[in-house]
Design a protein around this ligand. Sequence first.
Ligand code: C2E
Ligand code: MG
Ligand code: MG
Ligand code: MG
Length: 285
Amino acid sequence: RAKQEGRNAYRFFRIEMNQQDDRQLMLETALRNSLETGEGIEVHYQPLFERDGGRLHSAEALVRWHHPLFGSVAPGDFIPLAERVGLMVPLGERVLQMVCAQLAAWQREGREPVPVAVNLSARQFWHNDLPGQVAAMLEAHGLPPGLVGFEITESTLLDKQQQATKLLQGLRDFGCSLAIDDFGTGYSSLSYLQDLPVTTLKIDRSFIQRLGEGERGSAAIVAAVTGMAHELGLSVVAEGVETEAQRRALDRYPVDLLQGFLLGYPVTAARFARSHLASRQHANA
Ligand code: C2E
Ligand code: MG
Ligand code: MG
Ligand code: MG
């Protein structure tokens, strides 16, 4: 009987697996189609503010995918999928292209744009001639250097440090800000910060959360990391600030910028412009 049950369980498991595979395949096909037509792919913008003074500093571009059948799919689901099936490079190029087009549109409309940081997956980072691509894209949209920046995770940079340094320097040459994203969650090797030409460190949301709860360990980490980053001349961003308590807890550390739901959600370009970007006409009137 046990054997019988075991066999049934096995069969059940297989069916589940197949359904999973089917869903993955359908999602993959859907993503491929969306990428070809551009339909349903959008970029949202989340503001980053100066901690002292509260001025808008920049925005982070976050990709969104809405499919007529599947609805809104979370980046946490479709980005790993895109990575697995070789769609991350075209998806990333699309995002960069959309961001550049948006910045150019804001400029044309007489809005005062702020720098926008685009997330780069490892695959995109190591894809051939990223700095060349970025240069071409900025040029094609008539954007001044410095309006586009990038966010990269630690694990991306750790492998091949020398090549990473060269690539990052190539991007720095176009005035791109370069942030290490989710700092503290990877295999943090503090020594590499000294050698990599990055401009910014983004402390992962998990530390901010625990800091807000008064956890002493997190306080020690945030103190050490922000202190060191400052000594190295990097700007420090606190990611995922959700509560007043968290904001207040951050007051004692040398944090330059705040990002999080407390200060502003990721929103459509139109909404971002309405809420955050000054219009030159109005400013002059
Ligand atoms: P990330 O780059 O660390 O982006 C921050 C994530 O935290 C975003 O989730 C954002 O919506 C969310 N967030 C911001 N403030 C708060 C807060 O106060 N509380 C909470 N709970 N969450 C907050 P999202 O948009 O779902 O993106 C998830 C991840 O997907 C990103 O993490 C990034 O790694 C990746 N991603 C998003 N867009 C792109 C893209 O265009 N290209 C690549 N390669 N990756 C992307
Ligand atoms: Mg990011
Ligand atoms: Mg992050
Ligand atoms: Mg993250």
